[in-house]
Design a protein around this ligand. Sequence first.
Ligand code: NAI
Length: 294
Amino acid sequence: MTVNFSNVAIVGAGAMGRGIAQMAAQAGSEVWLVDSMTGAAERAKVTLTEQWGKLHDKGKIEATERDALIARVHAVATTRDLAHCDLVIEAIIEDLEVKRQLFRELEDIVAPSAVLATNTSSLSVTAIGKALGKPERFAGFHFFNPVPLMKVVEVVAGFRTAADVCSRLAGFAVQMGHKAVQTKDTPGFIVNHAGRAYNTEALRIASEGVADFATIDRILRDQAGFRLGPFELLDLTGLDVSHPVMESIYRQYYEEPRYRPSAIAAQRVAAGVLGRKSAEGFYRYPDGVMQVAA
Ligand code: NAI
């Protein structure tokens, strides 16, 4: 099987970029990682090397496959090193102007036939694409965290995105072992729009004093059949990521009251109580083990 994109650039080698890099390499693409923070792309490659090493130790991949995967990932210094790539996936900070600036720069570097994609979770794909001379080759390619485990990706068509760009991305998602869901460019796309009913509403239930975090989680997890309760999920994602998404969707829906973000979340972000990453969220995680918050 020929992979849809043979040279895939990933700009932003953080949590998402690293996961996308893993799946792209496993699909058979050469992967080119770049990050504005010195050493971040190299660190991402080290983490991937360790992960494939663990898969080999568990007998899930052969040594030759492990070595081939590692050899397929390249950490490069600047976006100028991406000229030969046929797909660029951006996974940098969630900031419209910074993303626009990056894509303007990329458009001058890669070939006119290259596809450009953003992993944004809450910004308008159309608004980012407005910065481009050729917005028809630009789409949303929205993965979920952690990428290797969350096997779905939203392929988002902006106002000017060409249909064949979405089809090629959807095909590539399948080659990466994911399910592709095609969606129009609306605030939150499908998953983060539907997610308002899960986490924004759960925060409202808690703020009204109806039940505590653990009770709400227990009911939705054990009785309603969700894998994680809303507060467990918020702790996993991190409020520094999910609260700005809530704010962005609220703004984009013209301050529709049902999407109003929660003061509980805002206060926790201000206090740095973000979830697992800060060892304390709605639950406490001393040594990475979950305890119900006091
Ligand atoms: P992260 O903070 O782990 O990684 C972002 C990386 O981008 C950092 O290494 C940073 O140094 C780098 N960076 C920032 N500005 C840059 C620039 N101008 N050029 C090159 N590199 C730059 O963030 P994370 O969680 O990986 O998120 C990245 C993107 O993915 C955001 O747009 C976010 O909204 C989206 N996203 C995040 C999800 C999550 O649950 N974390 C889920 C789905 C999408």
